[in-house]
Design a protein around this ligand. Sequence first.
Ligand code: C5P
Length: 234
Amino acid sequence: MRQDPIIALDFATEAEVMSFLAQFDEPLFVKIGMELFYQTGPALIDQIKALGHDIFLDLKLHDIPNTVGKAMEGLAKLNVDLVNVHAAGGTVMMQRAVEGLRRHNKDIKIIAVTQLTSTSEQQLHDEQNIQTSMEKAVLNYAQLAKQAGLDGVVCSPLETAMIREHCGADFLKVTPGIRPANSAKDDQQRITTPEQARQLGSTHIVVGRPITQSDHPVQSYHQIKESWLNACQN
Ligand code: C5P
């Protein structure tokens, strides 16, 4: 998989996506999430692939093991590079997800969402009723994902060093919650700059609004890409 920043294509229509992508004349790594996929369906995937881009299909599956396993068999037939589930679905659900995917495809990587980067520690305690620190809660999910045979996790860049220590350097750490210095935080809580994310051990960063809502998306993408790729990993 490319190491380039993964651009979150959080648009509602195919037309918006295509006009956004038309500004770029290079292969990208893009993320298609629920907002887009539920509007356009799988047809858009082939169109984006035909442009030479890698695709992270971010549907965050979370259901009973049988349903997730069957759904993954379906996703395995799509032309994507990375898919995901919620670790909160449990070990058996994650194992069935891997089995379903591998039945039809050996190449697509599969990762688990640990805790959404929009979740604060207070919400973790008060709403999810998980009474450990955020770090411990995330590490627990990362270790379960590794034991279940997944390729990595989605996590905050603030948690990657700890996950690398326990799950290894090769275990993918895909991190949203990225904001260049002085840009709007939006609804993200646990954020870092692209440079900090690399220094902390992220293997991939996901960036949405700082690029998609920018007045100059290509320029913003290149600034973020340079700071990400040029920073040294500790
Ligand atoms: O616009 P922004 O850079 O905040 O976009 C981040 C993207 O990463 C969104 O598409 C969001 O759904 C996704 N994401 C996240 N936190 C997670 C998992 C995915 O923000 N833990």
